[in-house]
Design a protein around this ligand. Structure first.
Ligand SMILES: [Zn+2]
Length: 400
């Protein structure tokens, strides 16, 4: 039994939110960046990946801050409540010195799981992607891509169309409703066996919010041109774009596209140029999405997703490897280096020390390694518990 679980207990507060330390918090390819048993590797690629990680963390941090600032300064109590939820999201290493002079560290991670949280986005995206990839695999066993058309459809709203509302929330409502109606139209309904739909908002223009639908569809047809024509002709409120989705080669790409965050363009841009997106616009968009389901599925894709949801993430994940505890021992505090003062350190703070070669960089690397290690440790504990419960049910079966 692994006993270090106490090291990674989440922060306790009144109104504590549910902790979701999913397996996806561990990114095997990146979390080991620059890390070996002995400490920092100095290869160019690991330094590059530490720099890339710092850039990604700083984008996430900038997006998160802007959203929190927009929502917490709002007059609407619902906005301020959402700001509180976002502010409960955290991941850091805490370093303290005991009265005896020993330094101890602990690691904390908690996901707020807010729809627009840029820290939670990565995990949410990976979860959605894994589900869609697994569902696609099920589908092709039943609907041979040689006989059925798999399509990738985009439906936009023309802001000048007389039926399209001006107000952003009304526009989103309209799009959602027309998306459902589109699928119910006879010609489309006869053709589409199942779909996965998602509303996204682009932020190219600060005045008109570019809400649009992305849709994956399985069509009961083997004729390309007539399928494209039917799907395009039946959308009346803006542009429609239809592309063949080559399931064998493009499933990953399609799933990634469909799992992108709803506000990707807004919040992605924010990090580059905060002035491009006003707080007013962010509040308006958050309000437009409030209480709304913006992803939905129908028919055979819905059925496939339901089957996938019965599987655990561990089962639908492919290729995720996590080293055993023996292969991945707890990092050891380095000696003969400048230690960071007591306090809480986020991965971004640590990456800045490391990449700027500050006098604390070696110690910062140790704390970062510890943070990543503790996430893997959480995952190991979770897997072990799951194996134990399977073992238990097997022994019950055989003793009965
Ligand atoms: Zn979060």
């Amino acid at each position: 039994m692994i006993t270090t679980q106490s090291n990674i207990t989440p922060v306790k507060e009144a109104n504590e939110l549910k902790t979701r330390t999913s397996s996806f918090m561990v990114n095997n390819s990146n979390s080991n960046a620059g890390v070996s048993d002995k400490g920092i590797q100095s290869s160019a690629s690991s330094l590059d990946s530490l720099r890339l990680r710092e850039q990604a963390e700083s984008r996430r941090s900038a997006s998160w801050s802007l959203l929190v600032s927009a929502l917490s300064s709002s007059n609407d109590p619902r906005d301020r409540k959402e700001a509180d939820i976002l502010m409960s999201c955290r991941g850091y290493v805490s370093k303290v010195t005991t009265p005896e002079g020993k330094s101890t560290i602990r690691s904390f991670a908690r996901s707020c799981n807010h729809r627009f949280c840029s820290y939670c986005e990565k995990r949410r995206r990976e979860e959605t992607k894994a589900r869609l990839v697994a569902a696609s695999k099920l589908l092709v066993t039943r609907y041979d891509p040689g006989k059925y058309m798999y399509m990738w459809v985009t439906l936009t709203l023309d802001p000048n169309h007389p039926s399209v509302p001006r107000d952003t929330r009304d526009k989103l409502t309209f799009l959602r409703k027309q998306g459902t109606r589109y699928l119910a139209r006879k010609q489309v309904n006869d053709l589409v066996l199942g779909s996965y739909c998602k509303i996204e908002t682009g932020g190219k223009n600060n005045n008109s919010d570019h809400h649009h639908i992305h849709m994956l569809a399985v069509c009961d047809s083997a004729i390309h041109q007539s399928t494209v024509d039917t799907l395009e002709r039946n959308w009346n409120y803006g542009h429609s774009k239809v592309k063949v989705w080559k399931v064998a080669e493009e499933t990953n790409e399609a799933s990634l596209e469909m799992s992108k965050p709803t506000l990707s363009r807004y919040l992605g841009k924010v990090a580059l140029s905060p002035l491009e997106v006003s707080e007013e616009k962010l509040r308006r968009t958050v309000a437009a999405y409030r209480g709304r389901r913006v992803t939905w599925s129908t028919g055979v894709i819905k059925e496939a997703l339901q089957e996938v949801s019965k599987m655990s993430y561990d089962d639908i994940l492919e290729g995720e490897t996590i080293p055993t505890r023996d292969q991945d021992p707890e990092p050891v505090e380095p000696t003969n280096c400048d230690k960071l003062p007591d306090g809480n350190y986020t991965p971004l703070m640590l990456l800045r020390h490391i990449n700027s070669n500050s006098r604390y960089s070696r110690y910062a690397m140790y704390l970062l390694n510890y943070y990543d290690w503790s996430l893997r440790e959480t995952r190991r504990v979770r897997i072990q518990e799951r194996l134990d419960s399977i073992q238990e049910s097997i022994s019950i079966k055989y003793t009965q």
